[in-house]
Design a binder for this molecule. Structure first.
Ligand SMILES: CC(=O)SCCNC(=O)CCNC(=O)[C@H](O)C(C)(C)COP(=O)(O)OP(=O)(O)OC[C@H]1O[C@@H](n2cnc3c(N)ncnc32)[C@H](O)[C@@H]1OP(=O)(O)O
Length: 253
């Protein structure tokens, strides 16, 4: 995707990470330069978010600069810095972030997890199926030190499911009520150190990696029931407590 300004001037390498500050890596200008560059980064993020939404048939973009500013998420941008006579084009975008989720495994056991998630992923139509998606995804895996099977994916398209099968051998997605998908390997093996934890009275099992297995009653959307007795409410004892964020997200964003 082309922009009216030179993207190769703003972004110093072929894959850049954009965090909520919207300041590109390596920026070393004055205050006015900063305002200018942040506006350009916002324009790129918004344009890639719009293109991704259009490619997925969504009426609203999942990725916008405004949303990124408010969330603890990362947008990775892939560039061809040599294209257009050195002006550069943006060829791909991948957004990740941690989410507090309830997910169930193949045995129907519910878990409360805060995994790294793939939230939005797009490669420009003119460059799809040329390996750029894999290049961007591999970069993210390395930066976030995560294995593909440990990711949760928000509303994956058929193309992305095919991508996960082709490149990482991940098949038979476990589709969740919140529209996320996880694969075998997401949950720790039974008997591994990860699932050995205390079982407190509230029916949750706290694992070493923060994964909680919930064995109590489930409420709407398959989530554990909120505190129901006055005693629980007064003493702020919910049925389950997140290790990562205040409230688990049932619906995707
Ligand atoms: C959480 C989410 O973001 S869900 C939404 C994911 N994004 C989209 O569906 C938007 C449109 N698609 C795309 O932007 C891209 O195709 C991506 C991001 C899914 C993959 O990026 P690419 O650069 O095409 O991937 P890459 O070239 O590394 O790998 C190719 C593989 O991806 C899958 N794939 C890519 N395009 C397609 C397609 N049109 N139809 C089916 N599978 C596809 C296939 O497995 C393909 O392998 P193959 O060509 O041997 O069949």
């Amino acid at each position: 995707m082309e922009f009216k300004f030179d993207v190769s001037d703003i972004f110093p390498c072929s894959i850049v990470e954009i965090n909520p500050s919207l300041i590109p890596p390596g920026f070393a200008g004055d205050r006015r330069g900063l305002t200018n560059v942040v506006a350009k980064v916002a324009e790129v993020v918004n344009a890639m978010g719009d293109a991704s939404a259009a490619a997925q048939g969504l009426s609203n973009p999942i990725t916008t600069a405004e949303r990124l500013r408010k969330a603890d998420q990362t947008v990775y941008l892939l560039l061809d810095r040599e294209a257009k006579g050195g002006k550069g084009v943006v060829t791909g975008m991948l957004k990740t972030g941690k989410k507090s989720l309830y997910v169930f495994d193949r045995d129907g056991q519910h878990h409360h997890v805060s995994p790294p998630c793939v939230l939005d992923f797009y490669v420009h139509e003119s460059r799809q199926r040329t390996g750029l998606g894999k290049q961007l995804f591999e970069h993210m895996l390395k930066k976030e030190s995560v294995e593909p099977a440990k990711l949760a994916i928000d509303r994956p398209s058929e193309k992305l499911l095919s991508f996960m099968t082709k490149h990482y051998g991940l098949e038979a997605p476990m589709r969740q009520m919140n529209n996320y998908v996880v694969f075998d390997g997401f949950f720790p093996e039974v008997g591994s150190a990860d699932v050995n934890g205390d079982t407190p009275e509230n029916g949750t099992k706290q694992a070493a990696n923060g994964l909680q297995t919930y064995t109590g009653p489930l409420g709407r959307y398959g989530a554990p029931r909120p505190p129901c007795s006055m005693g629980q409410i007064i003493h702020n004892q919910s049925s389950i407590q997140s290790t990562e964020t205040a409230g688990p997200q049932i619906a995707s964003q």
